[in-house]
Design a protein around this ligand. Structure first.
Ligand code: C5P
Length: 402
């Protein structure tokens, strides 16, 4: 069984006798396909040598914040970003206190401070140290900040006492890690295709018709879908945004180019999310030369662009299809009508025209509709909304499977 295939786990080991159990944990994680990078505090090296973890993980163990050689490879900030999960096991009382107070005077604590990745601790210490109100308060602080706390278990301790404070067993920790990835990566193994940004419809070589879409919503959704474990391909109109990590990006300009790029891939995708603000019309004939201002009035003939979303939704082998509806009035009514007409699995409606949300803003509010259900996602930054929408899409996608 390879349930953790290619999962990138940074395993922090701090000074405690349970460090010997973490050697087995590394083995168990490798056994299920995980990529494990061990980082040790100086105190941890007093219990087990770095060579042990190096042999088991197949990666050089990182020890020192000020090691110029190691930093020249993957620096501590890159390490912090590399991980999909940071697990401190064993987490000593001292290390938990340092984490709670944001200290950064060794590699592991600096890494935790520099990381925005999910962090879990597996406390391991003497039962009195565990029960001490200082430790309890530190753990509570960490939990409130979203740190996962796994254990401790109770039983006989290395010091001879009996009580709470034993590190969970490697197999128990591995189960928790698998659960974590299942919860945190609801799109694992799925292919997601996203259209994003505006399109540009050429009038002549210097002029075009476009709209106010900034691409931020689509890019936020691509980021969230990749973080949820999906293989993400994004077909984007011209926007000056950086490509999210792990996302394949295909740049296009016009609606016709977007149509082709999307249709080429739509049959091989599990979920299609159309966030692009595709121009409804293009110039019937784009002039090959710059149009001169010789006429007093100028009429431009336009013709309809194909509806990418409706075309994908009409495919025989269609993916789970999600559309957007940007409306200035009667938002829900128009959106639900669009959902039915275009035969969509879900539609995310938003009000445009207000200054604090929608086009050209970093914030938005969505109201998501599907057959027999709806959910409001209140005003928030687009990154947060992207995550919430992806979680909802994953839920509905899975529900449809059964
Ligand atoms: O009909 P309307 O343009 O308002 O529908 C908006 C939804 O349809 C959005 O999800 C948008 O990305 C998609 N769309 C499309 N191709 C078009 C027009 C809209 O995919 N030509």
């Amino acid at each position: 069984m390879q349930t953790l295939t290619q999962r990138r786990i940074l395993l922090g080991i701090t000074g405690g006798i349970a460090a010997y159990k973490s050697a087995d944990l590394v083995r168990r994680l490798k056994e299920w396909g995980a990529d494990v990078q061990v980082v040790m505090t100086p105190a941890a090296t007093q219990f087990v040598t770095p060579l042990t973890y190096q042999a088991l993980s197949g990666r050089v163990v990182r020890l020192d914040l000020l090691d110029a050689n190691a930093e020249a490879g993957m620096g501590h900030i890159e390490l912090a970003r590399w991980a999909e999960l940071v697990l401190i096991a064993p987490a000593s009382a001292n290390f938990i206190a340092r984490l709670a107070h944001g200290l950064a005077n060794d590699l592991l604590s600096a890494l935790c401070l520099a990381s925005d990745r999910p962090l879990a601790i597996a406390p391991a210490m003497n039962q009195q140290m565990w029960l001490n109100p200082a430790t309890q308060a530190n753990c509570q602080t960490l939990r409130q900040r979203g740190v996962w706390q796994w254990g401790p278990g109770s039983g006989e301790q290395a010091c001879g006492e009996v009580g709470e404070g034993r590190m969970l067993e490697p197999l128990q920790l591995r189960e928790l890690i698998v659960d974590f990835f299942t919860q945190a990566c609801p799109l694992a193994g799925l292919r997601v295709l996203i259209s994003a940004g505006p399109t540009r419809e050429a009038i002549d070589p210097v002029r075009f018709i476009s709209n106010r879409s900034s691409g931020q919503m689509g890019f936020a959704i691509a980021t969230a879908a990749a973080a949820a474990g999906a293989q993400v391909c994004m077909v984007s109109g011209p926007v000056p945004l950086a490509t999210p990590a792990g996302v394949e990006r295909i740049d296009v300009e016009s609606a016709l180019q977007m149509y082709e790029a999307v249709l080429q891939r739509a049959a091989h995708t599990d979920i299609f999310i159309a966030t692009a603000a595709v121009a409804d019309y293009r110039a019937a004939t784009a002039s090959p030369q710059k149009i001169k201002k010789t006429q007093e009035t100028f009429t431009l003939a336009l013709e309809r662009n194909p509806d990418i979303l409706a075309t994908v939704a009409a495919l025989e082998n269609r993916p789970f299809t999600v559309g957007f509806a940007a409306e200035t009035e009667r938002v829900l009514e128009y959106a639900d009508d669009k959902r039915r007409r275009k035969n969509l699995d879900m539609i995310a409606a938003n009000q445009v025209g207000a200054p604090d949300r929608g086009f050209e803003s970093s914030n938005n509010a969505l109201h998501v509709l599907w057959e027999g259900g709806e959910q409001a996602l209140p005003l928030a930054d687009k990154i947060t909304l992207g995550r919430q929408l992806v979680a909802l899409i994953a839920q509905r996608y899975r529900a449809r499977q059964y």
